[in-house]
Unconditional design. Structure first.
Length: 201
């Protein structure tokens, strides 16, 4: 199913010990890597959330994939437990070292919002992300321009990008796709992805 057919709003707290449930009618539910990995916490930004531990390589695999990158909006509330390391938020990423493709939405090892597609390569926001709660987002418009947002405001200048190729494979929360194994170390709440160019918040 193409992301153009979807308008996702994943409320991660809606979970059993091994699954998370899409809060919309799209039924893009997810499966945890193991029971209570990640574990539900009552310390979310909005009620409960999921706490991802780097030491146990926690992640969630979603049902659907992103197959159209013409326009895209991705956002989440995050609270890092550690900085100066890659923290993966949402990714669908595959291929070989000569032809990686897909998307990665993460915090870089220099503590910036980071986004990757194989058309534009790695692009970064301007501000440092600390261990407090932050709402982070990235939008790609129909001209392939990339804009980062931090806590409701723009984070750096508009970046001229190029269209990327979708991975069309598993979509992960907390893990950098099928090939790379950079995991999240912290809390993620309300991951959202959509084919619409959405507002910053």
């Amino acid at each position: 199913m193409s992301v153009k057919e979807l308008d996702k709003n994943r409320l991660l707290p809606e979970a059993t010990t091994s699954t998370v449930t899409d809060s919309t009618s799209n039924n893009d539910d997810g499966t945890k890597v193991a029971a209570n990995r990640p574990i539900k916490t009552t310390s979310g930004k909005i009620a409960n959330a999921q706490d991802f531990e780097l030491s146990t390589s926690d992640y969630i695999t979603l049902t659907n994939t992103i197959t159209d990158l013409n326009t895209l909006s991705v956002s989440a509330w995050i609270k890092l437990e550690s900085t100066s390391a890659w923290n993966s938020i949402l990714a669908s990423y595959a291929g070989s070292p000569d032809s990686y493709y897909g998307i990665i939405f993460a915090i870089s090892n220099t503590n910036k919002i980071a986004f990757y597609n194989n058309g534009s390569g790695w692009q970064y926001g301007a501000s440092d992300i600390d261990t407090g709660w932050h709402h982070i987002a990235v939008r790609i418009d129909s001209s392939n321009n990339i804009q980062f947002y931090l806590d409701g405001g723009t984070d750096g200048s508009l970046i001229s990008g190029s269209a990327g190729l979708a991975a069309e494979n598993a979509l992960y929360i907390g893990k950098m796709g099928a090939i790379l194994t950079n995991y999240m170390d912290g809390i993620i709440d309300e991951v959202r992805y959509s084919s619409s160019v959405r507002a910053a918040n």
